[in-house]
Structure formats: C-alpha cells, structure tokens
Write a protein that binds this ligand. Structure first.
Ligand code: IMP
Ligand code: MG
Length: 174
C-alpha cells in the first residue's frame, strides 16, 4: 500500500524555489552540481533547469550496504565525478537524507578534494533516524518518518519513475 505525500505540483513549486535560492546564492561562483546516483537523477535534472546561472553538472554513485530500506555505515564510491572539483563551489544534490551518513561522507570527500565549498541540497530531509549531525543548506521538504518512493526514490530499484512521492507502508512487503 502506498499513500501520496508530495504531489508533482508541490514538488515542481518547491524545486523552482530552491533553484531561485541557489541562483541568488551562487551568482558570483563557479558552480558545480553533483547529483548522487541513482536517487537524485530526476531531482538533479529539474533543479539544474531551475537555476539561472552558468553551471556544470556531474554525478557520483555510492553504494551503502544494508537492508532494502536502510543504509549502513559503510559507504563505497562506485562512480566518481569526472569534472575537476578544485576551486569549485559544489552543491551536492541528494534525494533524501536519512541517517546522514552518505551525505556527510560525500561532503568530507569533496572538501578534502579541494573544493572551495560544499553545500547540500536535499529534496527531502527525513530526521527520525539521523545519526550524523548534518543540516542541508537547501531542503525541499522535511518529513518526520516513513519510507518514501517516487520522483527518483526507490525501494529495491522500483518506483523511481513515479512522478509523485509516496509513503510505502510496509517496505519489506510492498
Ligand atoms: P543515509 O546515509 O542514511 O542518509 O541514506 C541516504 C540514502 O538512503 C538515500 O540516498 C537513499 O538512497 C536511501 N534512503 C533513505 N531513506 C529512504 C526512503 O525513505 N526512500 C528511499 N530511499 C531512502
Ligand atoms: Mg536508494
């Protein structure tokens, strides 16, 4: 069973606002958007089009080993970015922050790689299971709890193509 929690219209409105904020905040910078695959592929595409600045787009892929609906502490990079990051202002584009481990690790990685700044833009900030203190600079929606799918978010690689975001009631037995 799944229940709609964010409609495509709400998402579109909020993505436009996030794009306007980033446009205002990075007007004088060399901006590099880095989408975290696979979950952020749709959000990155929409956000990039909502930013009215010259920018570059790249992607990184990480794997975190755990059960289908939660991540573990171990994060490995399975695809690195291909653009140089030295001196760039990076905005990491993530679908959802849960424990915070993935995004905290990525932020640390790009700071160590010589980026001029690493900001975080998450479509959804889910706070119930936070283990690492990370605060996204830009957050589309705050959601208290639950497992969400759609608009890029998956359960076992399914549902990414849904245009709206749904709460999946029983993720282990959808
Ligand atoms: P974290 O390292 O625990 O913050 O995990 C973040 C990653 O876990 C996200 O990039 C998602 O891939 C996945 N994840 C966490 N919560 C959800 C959810 O509700 N739906 C889909 N994926 C999720
Ligand atoms: Mg995922």
């Amino acid at each position: 069973m799944k229940k709609i929690v964010l409609s495509r219209q709400e998402i579109a409105n909020r993505v436009r606002e996030l794009g306007q904020m980033i446009t205002r905040d990075f007007a004088h910078d060399e901006l590099l958007l880095i989408g975290v695959l696979n979950g952020a592929f749709i959000f990155t595409a929409d956000l990039a089009r909502a930013i009215d600045l010259p920018l570059q787009v790249d992607f990184i892929r990480v794997a975190s080993y755990g059960s289908g609906s939660s991540s573990s502490g171990t994060i490995t990079f399975t695809k690195d970015v291909e653009r140089p990051v030295g001196g760039k202002k990076i905005v990491l584009v993530e679908d959802i922050i849960d424990t915070g481990r993935t995004i905290a690790r990525l932020q640390q990685h790009f700071l160590q790689s010589g980026a001029a700044g690493v900001h975080i833009c998450a479509l959804i900030d889910k706070k119930e299971r936070r283990e690492v203190a990370v605060h996204p600079d830009y957050a589309g929606f705050a959601v208290a709890e639950g497992f969400l799918v759609g608009y890029g978010l998956d359960f076992a690689e399914q549902y990414r193509n849904l245009p709206d975001v749904y709460h999946l009631e029983n993720p282990e037995h959808p």
